[in-house]
Design a protein around this ligand. Sequence first.
Ligand code: OXD
Ligand code: MN
Length: 597
Amino acid sequence: MAELTKNPNVIKWVEEMQALTKPDEVVWIDGSEEQLDALRKTSMDNGEIIALNQEKLPGCYYHQTAVNDVARVEDRTFICCKNKEDAGPTNNWCDPQEMYDKLTPMFDGVMKGRTMYVIPYSMGPIGSDLAKVGVELTDSIYVVLNMDIMTRIGADAFKNLGDVSNDFVRGLHSKADIDAEKRYIVHFPEDNTIWSINSGYGGNVLLGKKCFALRIASFQGKNEGWMAEHMLILGIQKPDGEIKYVTAAFPSACGKTNLAMLIPPEGYTSKGYKVWTVGDDIAWLKQGKDGRLYAINPENGFFGVAPGTNAKSNFNALESTRKNTIFTNVALNNDDMTVWWEGLDKNPPENATEWKGAKVNGKEYRDAGNNLAHPNSRFTAPARNCPCISTEFDNPEGVPISAMIFGGRRAKTAPLVYQAFDWNHGVFVGSIMASETTAAAAGAVGQVRRDPMAMLPFCGYNMGDYWAHWIEMGKVLGDKAPKIFNVNWFRTNEEGKFIWPGFGDNMRVLDWIIERAEDNADAVETAIGFEPKPEDINIDGLEASGITLDVVKDLLNVDKNLWKEDAANVKEFYAKFGDRLPQIMKDQLAALEERLQ
Ligand code: OXD
Ligand code: MN
């Protein structure tokens, strides 16, 4: 089949990878519905995907990964750059040549008897100055179908590249034998290259997402003067119709998708407030012509965690999954060929297939303490399905950002919300983010780990240099820089229960943030930053949730002893970065310690 580009760099590389992996056939993905339909049919014929009820869930399919392959594998994820120091202490590192030497024999002939699909894709709206081109080679139709939802695929994706440029990310993926012992997710930032082998789980194989749009792109952004961040992007429409945009970074599975698609409480909607979604996971940010920071969502869909998603927690996400969606590792309802997961509703299907493939009585199975859906089961849904998708979603210029928000799951330390004193203090606030680990990555669940800017597993270079890049961006943006905030929806009471109702009510905090970002709201100076006056958090209508002015005061309380402990922990964490830690960060920590005295 004909190549979809004349670009000799692409053609040469595809030929080299073909010679290495030795597929029976090479198919270029043009993005046409005709071709995708034929692939869906092949994939159904070989049992890789199952068609769901086409009346209730038109265009929807179901897939199960191997039982040993259900999450990202951080211990098998590598950054391979020439100098170990450039990967930094938070990444697994290997010398590039050594890694190529190790993986080349594994890729040699791996696609014999299989087809190699060549997927051209654009991260970001095609034609946007902020967009970038990738090509993923894969032997998985599931990957092709997911990439079709998550990115802009097909011949058009080559438009940004043109016939001569070499600026595209080379992604090579093979399922191989899904052997967990031989699973590698490897990045060569200096070669614009990603190699992924022995996995079929989205986060490891949809190479446009974490691998390109965060790890490789963060490295590109540092060199080219822009930023790739693990951030949602949303617009808050005020009653006068004006829309203010914010980005927010939270560690995996802390509710980014929920915040991105928030429906404000009644007291706000009746006044005319509305939230628009631009992105739920990744933001690429660059200074615009007017000097402000602009963001695009490089993705084209949502790869969301299914469990916990319901009409109340995230109506818009659920609606997004009602058509043209791929469900992975959720439970199947065999009676009507629909899907179910924990937290969807209280009616697990009687005649169910649980995520590992066993046919079970859903209720009995759950009563015995089992999950029907894997906790990290996912939906891959087109962004255009989202009822609150922003009209600016495809805007090649992106949207101007008024505020950047950091946050994590902290039971006691961090208050509901605070604002950094200035940009550099904001970089410090982002760098000390911490959270409990979740099911999105393999490994222990429930431990606290530091996760600067929610980028710990995703920064493609030394995090000390990454903070220096943030500081540099602040210099460039000057007084046009967005204001920086930190939120914590997860403070708990003595019984370990969340105090703040969260979800739609987080609008009350966003409200203060956007007013504050525009200098319309007062603040109180504390040791850790500016906090709202408790009465400036609108709690009208929250009586039933037990939120009173006193509770808000409590949620804003800063326990200096806990913060001193935290500062000591940060000092230890910072020590890992040696002389790559910018002096400004050391000074920020020292200043915090002093304010806590
Ligand atoms: C995700 C994550 O978005 O793990 O899947 O952060
Ligand atoms: Mn994420």
